[in-house]
Design a protein around this ligand. Structure first.
Ligand code: ADP
Ligand code: 5GP
Length: 230
């Protein structure tokens, strides 16, 4: 049985870094390549990071009901093709979707058994410095991403797991544990001693178990949005 894993995060939280690692560490995981109408960035290649299509092509795919979910993000269309899920089911693989909060909500409505993970930075200041150090965006774009991040973060409560990406190695272990623990649970197999540790690590990332750690993170975004509160 194919399990769908959804990962969402405000830009700069470290999602790409973590997804790349997890793809290397978790076997039998297919990555869904989305369709988008935005232009390729840097050395992105058609069919590798995304399928880059025109608005007309995208709209035609919507008309033909080819998407599992689709959304308008920052003025461009993005969508997950149904055929990726069909292919993963045929191959007996799990499927990883890197999609925004709107897409995640659509998938959860259609397929409630999908596992959703939200990645958060340790606080707003760290997010800002990661966006700067990445050196991909202009100052204007960085400021826009920070405003969008405050809005996206409000959706954290809709996710099954929350990963606070502070120390990278710990985050990689946490994320990998979520994948493996969910897989184990769904297989119905009896857990070994190693599995029990994996399950305990995954449990620590469960929404209900991170509430206390979330409050200062959320507060760092709220205070930044309130003039004079910094
Ligand atoms: P996203 O895909 O969420 O936009 P990236 O993976 O591009 O984010 O990460 C943003 C920047 O932060 C990159 O320069 C990356 O190397 C760095 N980064 C990611 N995770 C960590 C971490 N745990 N600690 C420090 N830097 C990190
Ligand atoms: P970027 O343009 O920076 O690659 O992605 C912008 C946002 O679009 C990210 O939050 C990313 O997760 C989201 N995204 C990428 N593909 C899809 C998709 O197929 N569907 C939805 N809903 N969002 C997507």
């Amino acid at each position: 049985m194919t399990t769908i894993y959804i990962i969402s995060a405000p830009s700069g939280s470290g999602k790409s870094t973590l997804v790349e690692k997890v793809r290397q560490l978790v076997p039998g995981l297919e990555f869904s390549i989305s369709y988008t109408t935005r232009a390729p960035r840097g050395n992105e290649q058609n069919g590798r990071e995304y399928f880059f299509v025109s608005r007309a092509e995208f709209e035609e795919m919507v008309r033909r009901d080819e998407f599992l979910e689709h959304a308008n993000v920052f003025g461009n269309y993005y969508g997950t093709a149904k055929r990726f899920l069909q292919q993963a089911q045929q191959d007996g693989h799990d499927l990883l979707l890197d999609i925004d909060v709107q897409g995640a909500a659509q998938i959860k409505r259609k397929l409630p058994e999908a596992v959703s993970i939200f990645i958060l930075p340790p606080d707003r200041k760290t997010l800002e410095s990661r966006l700067r150090n990445r050196s991909l965006d202009t100052e204007d774009v960085i400021q826009r991403r920070l405003v969008t991040a405050s809005r996206e973060i409000e959706n954290y409560g809709k996710y099954d797991y929350i990963l606070i990406n502070d120390r990278l190695e710990e985050s990689i272990t946490g994320l990998k544990s979520v994948f493996l623990a969910e897989r184990l649970k769904r297989s119905g197999a009896a857990p070994s001693a190693d599995d029990a540790e994996t399950q305990a690590t995954a449990e620590r990332c469960r929404l209900s178990n991170v509430q206390e750690r979330l409050q200062p993170i959320l507060a760092s975004f709220v205070s930044a949005a309130t003039p004079g509160a910094r």
